[in-house]
Design a protein around this ligand. Structure first.
Ligand SMILES: O=C(O)CCC(=O)C(=O)O
Ligand SMILES: [Fe+2]
Length: 316
């Protein structure tokens, strides 16, 4: 995973402001016995207000949140909300697949592809699967394709580790729902970016994630680093995220952040919300640290290269 840490540009320091306020108080006391202090007080008040407003403005540039693309409370329906960005040159280093390779790049969010009930059923599936084990740190994954499940500081293969018992945890209906949802996400990505959906292939890793505020124990728990999916995962051309819980009520922190050169743009998770984007460096991103509660999501990824395609998961 590429880690690109951002410098923190601090606004004028609080000590400076405190000193100004103290100086203001001293001046006010000194003028108390001289009378006619009204205009001076007004001037000082206005200066303090301007200082505070300036500090707030500058501190909003410090690499933290600058714009919310979609908040938890709004409902993006029936059409996805689309933000176009210029494609990076990343795709030029790979074979081109007409009808699939990104020519239009960007990001989009929709709340009308997966219902909240479907997202709730998928969340239950994730809860059942992850209850079998889970990471000691704050981030656990369950990959139904490879069978990878976080356990302590490492991973096990659920299909090997739990054998036939796995059919007591997941049903055929669970896998059917997963396939349906995957198909609908593929269709909306194709429609939004003008692709032929039959030329897009599911690729790995495609996984459920469960994140809480427990301190990281290994690098696998460090989900918050800025990264580019195409660099991190190689085969990705389009990434989608299906959120299974709500920002603000199921968890705090945990917003998705696009890190653009001119500021950050966030998507607030909402149960059933699908966010998708082209996977190159035009969409550098990170997940804010979860500060309370539990955040569930699924990362569903697509490639244009049939050699990197995988089939839908199924019970063994
Ligand atoms: O869960 C999310 O919102 C983003 C996860 C992510 O960036 C990834 O899986 O590559
Ligand atoms: Fe990512």
């Amino acid at each position: 995973m590429t880690v690109q840490r951002r410098g923190n540009t601090k606004g004028p320091d609080a000590n400076g402001i405190e000193k100004k306020i103290k100086r203001g108080n001293a001046l006010r006391q000194a003028s108390a016995w001289r009378g006619s202090r009204g205009p001076l007080l007004l001037l000082l008040g206005a200066a303090a207000l301007c200082g505070a407003a300036g500090w707030l403005y500058v501190s909003s540039w410090d690499g933290e949140i600058t714009e919310t693309l979609v908040s938890r409370g709004e409902l993006v329906t029936p059409k996805p909300r689309v933000y176009t960005v210029q494609c990076s040159e990343d795709y030029e280093n790979y074979k081109r697949y007409p009808g699939c390779t990104p020519q239009r790049c960007g990001r989009a969010v929709t709340d009308s592809v997966v219902t909240r009930e479907e997202a709730q059923a998928l969340r239950r599936l994730a809860e059942r699967g992850l209850a079998l084990a889970g990471s000691e740190g704050g981030a656990s994954i369950l990959d139904l394709h490879s069978g990878a499940l976080s356990m302590g500081k490492q991973f096990v293969n659920i299909y090997r580790y739990f054998g036939d018992q796995i059919s007591e945890v997941f049903t055929q209906e669970d896998f059917q729902l997963y396939r349906d949802v995957r198909g609908r996400i593929q269709a909306v990505i194709a429609e939004t970016f003008g692709l032929d959906p039959s030329l897009m292939y599911l690729t790995k890793p495609t996984f459920f994630s469960r994140i809480n505020s427990t301190a990281a124990k290994t690098q696998h728990d460090e989900y918050w680093h800025p990264h580019i999916d195409k660099v991190t995962y190689g085969s990705f051309d389009y990434t989608s995220l299906l959120y299974l819980s709500d920002y603000g009520s199921d968890f705090t922190g945990g917003r998705f952040i696009f890190m653009d050169p001119n500021g950050n743009r966030t998507v607030e998770p909402r149960q059933g919300r699908v966010s998708f984007f082209s996977s190159g460096s035009e969409n550098l991103h990170r997940v804010e640290k979860v500060t309370w509660g539990t955040r569930y999501a699924i990362t569903v990824s697509f490639t244009c290269d049939p050699a990197h395609g995988i089939s839908d998961p199924d019970l063994p």
